[in-house]
Design a protein around this ligand. Structure first.
Ligand SMILES: [Zn+2]
Length: 196
């Protein structure tokens, strides 16, 4: 069963014995072009323990407490985007992957897992991964706290998963953009709904 993820037809999965699998460009791609739309099953983070171990890495965090998980035991091509500390793609919304710059035919498509992962409040699930991506910017270890690094916040502004961008805005002095609406509307709703 397919989860309905979409992969730009200009991309393909390629595998090698030494490097594993990744997603590569078959043709030149322009900055801003949509590369993939991730589908799947919405799962609470702790429910990841309930899926087969070999599938747990094919989940993507989309909110503090939720991940997009697989719908079957068979991975899809969109599960094979690798991490890089110097990526050429980033997020536009929770599930749209877009090109951050022009990408040449033959290049591997990567994003920085720090764009999507954060600590999950109330869960003992912790994300940490060794990285040897070869970039001069390589952090060595990718963690759920990387979004807190000022240089990461600057480099990926506009390309974080929106829930992480909201956390960044809150961390850096508070409500910006849509957060203003959320912070003010929620108390007003409670007020309106409470008995007088
Ligand atoms: Zn790296």
């Amino acid at each position: 069963m397919n989860s309905g993820s979409w992969l730009n037809p200009l991309l393909e999965k390629r595998c090698s014995g030494t490097e594993g699998c990744g997603i590569f460009a078959k043709a030149d791609i322009r900055k801003g072009e949509r590369l993939a739309i991730f589908g799947g099953r919405i799962m609470a983070i702790d429910d990841m323990y309930g899926i087969p171990a070999h599938m747990q890495r094919f989940t993507m965090q989309i909110e503090e407490r939720f991940v997009l998980g697989p719908v079957s035991d068979i991975p899809e091509d969109t599960d094979f985007f690798n991490h890089s500390c110097s990526p050429n793609s980033g997020f536009s919304g929770q599930v749209f992957l877009v090109a951050m710059r022009d990408i040449g035919a033959g290049e591997e498509i990567t994003f920085d897992y720090g764009m999507t992962v954060s600590e999950s409040v109330g869960s003992d699930m912790v994300f940490s991964m060794n990285c040897a991506c070869g970039s001069s910017l390589c952090r060595g270890t990718i963690t759920e706290d990387d979004w807190k690094l000022p240089e990461i916040q600057d480099r990926y502004r506009g390309y974080f998963s929106p829930y992480i961008q909201e956390k960044i805005d809150r961390m850096n002095g508070g409500p910006l953009g849509t957060m203003v609406g959320k912070d003010t509307i929620i108390p007003e709703d409670k007020e309106a709904g409470s008995p007088v």
